[in-house]
Ligand binder design. Structure first.
Ligand code: ZN
Length: 281
């Protein structure tokens, strides 16, 4: 059984709406030239990374999936984008922090077994992970984003994945370290935006629809977890088809999972209650 379309989801961890719209020169250029559309998306609460990852992929709230903090790590017991793409006969790929493997593949994390795997049964059929072990404000422990983008590109070329997710913590770590009103953050955003710009056209040429977004925002001081527009609101850039909502509408993060499944033509499980925000061809 073939899926209708192939989709890649790129998550720039911790990039707030206001920083995205001001500093992503390439992404904004594509939006301005009509090659992409952009909406504001609001994260779930808590606007904590792990809670958001689980909600992005399951379409259910943290109050249901139970990932309340970055310390509550377990195999999430809800259908998610990986499991549903697999059930529909598709191949999935992940180039992400190890939390995604723990939540959606297996737990506990085993460094040697789980750092990289190719398992035709899935739910993640091709996983390439990093743990950021030792992370702190003086040592980010993030891989280079060029390496991550290249790895995802390799998965598309070598395995022809139908769905792939890339998640990078670079900007989240920089924001926690420096806050947002600083030259370090200006430079970090320009760097990742430029690296992404090199790879994104390759994915489009290979027939993928591509979403670029974030899990949550950050305050000017570099905090998130709570309720406020600066902590919750992120940009959602869409390089693909479908009829979307009006430009000023704020998208619900819980609608992302059913929207991705709709684009790929995979059935939406009953647990995903939010309506897809992209419809039609
Ligand atoms: Zn995060």
């Amino acid at each position: 059984m073939a899926l209708k379309r192939k989709v890649l989801l790129i998550i720039l961890d911790g990039q707030p709406w206001r920083a995205a719209r001001r500093l992503n020169g390439n992404l904004e250029g594509w939006a301005q030239s009509g090659h992409a559309r952009v909406w504001k998306m609001r994260s779930v609460l808590p606007s904590t990374s792990a809670s958001c990852y689980a909600s992005i992929h399951t379409g259910v709230t943290p109050q249901l999936h139970g990932v309340y903090t970055n310390e509550t790590l377990f195999r999430v017991q809800f259908p998610d984008v990986f499991s549903e793409v697999r059930a529909a006969g598709g191949k999935t790929g992940a180039v992400t922090h190890s939390f995604w493997s723990i939540f959606f593949n297996r737990a506990p994390w085993d460094f040697v077994r789980d750092i990289e795997y190719d398992d035709p049964e899935g739910p993640i059929t091709h996983g390439r992970f990093h743990t950021m072990t030792g992370y702190g404000s003086n040592n980010q422990m993030t891989p280079s984003d060029a390496d991550l983008f290249a790895t995802l590109t390799m998965l598309t070329e070598r395995f022809g994945i139908d769905y792939g997710i890339l998640h990078t913590c670079t900007l989240d770590s920089m924001g926690h370290r420096y806050g947002h009103d600083c030259v370090q953050m200006d430079h970090a955003v320009a760097m990742i935006d430029g690296m992404l710009a090199h790879f994104l056209p390759l994915w489009l040429a290979a027939g993928y629809e591509v979403a670029v977004t974030a899990d949550h925002g950050q305050s000017e001081r570099g905090h998130h977890g709570g309720r406020s527009e600066d902590q919750q609101d992120v940009a959602f850039y869409w390089f693909g088809g479908g009829t979307g909502p009006a430009e000023h509408e704020v998208l619900d993060q819980l609608a992302l999972a059913p929207t991705l499944l709709t684009r790929m033509g995979a059935p939406i499980p009953d647990t995903m209650k939010a309506l897809p925000f992209l419809n039609g061809d």
